[in-house]
Write a protein that binds this ligand. Structure first.
Ligand code: NAD
Length: 485
């Protein structure tokens, strides 16, 4: 291993790397080879305490700074992150197995976008003046205090920044726990933030599994919890946060619909289906994995999809030509293979792929099932891998009802050249993030998040500010005060 993947220490607390080898070791595995590339230690109670104490003591002074001062540090961190993009992308590829072709354009870069966007916004965060005749109320937009961020393994750098940037812009401190599968890149985010001038204690990273996450969520020093993870984890974290009446953001899983009408531009629709199913080897929460294709174009769609999938460059994720990499872990690979077996057992027609690849690492072929029915397991459960389910339809109202017939509501997409139908369908979707003639774009300027079981709250955009700050009302009486006695 020529690239330095072993971090200086497992945790980053109060502006510096900290180790505590009493914590259980967590091996970091390069998914393309199965090789152990680093070992970190799970946070002990002493580490959890140190991180929360550091955050608690640093927050008040940070919250009292002007937004301009806070924003300047975040924008400097954004520039530093862009300058370090190559190294960060290589590390992200080792951590996740995602091809460098992807990590070099969507991971640290989207993290930098969030730091820049919220850095720019920090100075604009204000309250309002509410006139009441002679009296008036003014509001103060105040930080929540200490925010805990808990990450999933598919976009580790992005998640660390999507939570950290708005939290810090609003004057909060953060303790971030990355996924135990991908612990490396959040440490780099912490390093960069502090090198950019962030005062110590404001962005802390500690490692661990669900038990460390659970300890953070239930701690009385914590005011807000933002989780990116699965729905079952979301239920537990939401319940634990509710016990302490803490603010929450829940970015959870999905089984999103993508509807392709017979008047759609076929090449664009195939591109959307590929982006919405096979980017990051299908490990994207908002993926449109239920692809409803109008009967009139089903044959052509499947043919063109198969032709294009055959051109995927599957192999060494570090090779910039590689466009499809391994699953994050052996476990995730076997979960996906298990779903593929279920799809076959339920009678779905395998059109492409369907097997583990004959090479080292955790590679599963891009897989397409056709003739899938709404009640099949592969059409109902989130697989979180490169498995597309193609379902037929021929009626607009019917397909919209079927698209919405799910507990999830993260994303949804439609391909059609009929302008009014596109907007009618978008309005009818029960999902937080919808796409017309595209799929999976997630710019920092747009709100991102789920409805129904897919989540609570929104990340990115001005909407995120509402989830990292609170309003205090101050009533000002100008005249004398009357009382009943
Ligand atoms: P996961 O739910 O297994 O774990 C997510 C995080 O929660 C990890 O850091 C884990 O250690 C922690 N955790 C587990 N149990 C916990 C507990 N009881 N208390 C506190 N923390 C706990 O999810 P995953 O397998 O890492 O990620 C895949 C899932 O994440 C998929 O369902 C995917 O759709 C979802 N996801 C959602 C978004 C989004 O923005 N909506 C983005 C990426 C991934």
């Amino acid at each position: 291993m020529s690239y330095p993947t072993q971090p200086t220490a497992s945790h980053f607390i109060n502006g510096q790397y900290v180790e505590d080898t009493d914590g259980a070791p967590i091996e970091v595995i390069y998914p393309a080879t199965g090789e152990v590339i680093a070992t970190v230690h799970s946070a002990t109670p002493a580490i959890i305490d140190a991180a929360l104490d550091a955050a608690r003591s640093a927050q008040a002074a940070w919250g009292a700074m002007t937004g301009t001062e806070r924003g300047r540090i975040l924008r400097r961190a954004a520039d530093m992150m862009r300058a370090a993009n190559h190294d960060l992308s290589v590390l992200e590829t080792y951590d996740t197995g995602k091809p460098y072709q992807e990590t070099s354009v969507v991971d640290a870069t989207s993290g930098a976008d969030a730091l820049e966007y919220f850095g720019g916004m920090a100075a604009t965060l204000t309250g309002e003046h509410i006139p009441l005749g002679e009296d008036w109320v003014y509001t103060r937009r105040e930080p929540l205090g200490v925010c805990v961020g808990i990450g999933a393994w598919n976009y580790p750098t992005q998640i660390a920044c999507w939570k950290g940037a708005p939290a810090l812009a609003c004057g909060n401190a953060m303790v971030f726990k990355p996924s135990e599968m991908t612990p490396l890149c959040a440490l780099k985010v912490a390093e960069i933030l502090h090198a950019a001038g962030l005062p110590e204690g404001l962005y802390n990273v500690i490692q661990g599994l669900g038990d460390v996450g659970a300890a953070l969520v239930s701690d009385a020093r914590v005011d807000k919890v933002s989780l990116t993870g699965s729905v079952p984890t979301g239920r537990k974290v939401y319940a634990a946060a509710a016990a302490g009446i803490k603010h929450v953001t829940m970015e959870l899983g999905g089984k999103s619909p993508l509807i392709i009408f017979d008047d759609a531009d076929l090449e664009n629709a195939v591109s959307g289906a590929i982006l919405g199913n096979f980017y990051s080897s299908g490990q994207v929460c908002s993926n449109g994995t239920r692809v409803f294709v109008h009967k009139a174009i089903k044959h052509t769609f499947l043919k063109r999809l198969s032709e294009r999938l055959a051109t995927a460059v599957i192999g060494d994720p570090m090779d910039p030509q590689t466009s499809f990499g391994p699953m994050v872990s052996e476990r995730q690979m076997s979960i996906v293979l298990d779903y593929i077996a279920k799809g076959q057992a339920e009678g779905a027609r395998l059109v492409f792929g369907g097997a583990r690849m004959d090479r080292e690492g955790f590679y599963v072929q891009p897989t397409v099932f056709a003739d899938v029915h709404d009640d099949m397991i592969i059409a109902r459960q989130e697989i979180f891998g490169p498995v597309m389910a193609v379902l037929d339809f021929d009626d607009e109202a019917d397909v919209l009802a079927r698209a919405n017939d799910t507990e999830f509501g993260l994303a949804a997409g439609v391909f059609t050249c009929d302008l009014t139908r596109a907007h009618r369908i978008a309005a009818g979707f029960q999902a937080g993030t919808c796409y017309i003639n595209t799929y999976n774009d997630a710019p920092v300027e747009a709100p991102f998040g789920g409805s129904k079981a897919s989540g609570v709250g929104r990340e990115n955009s001005k909407a995120a500010i509402e989830h990292y700050s609170q309003i205090k009302s101050v009533y000002v009486r100008m005249g004398d005060l009357e009382a009943p006695f």
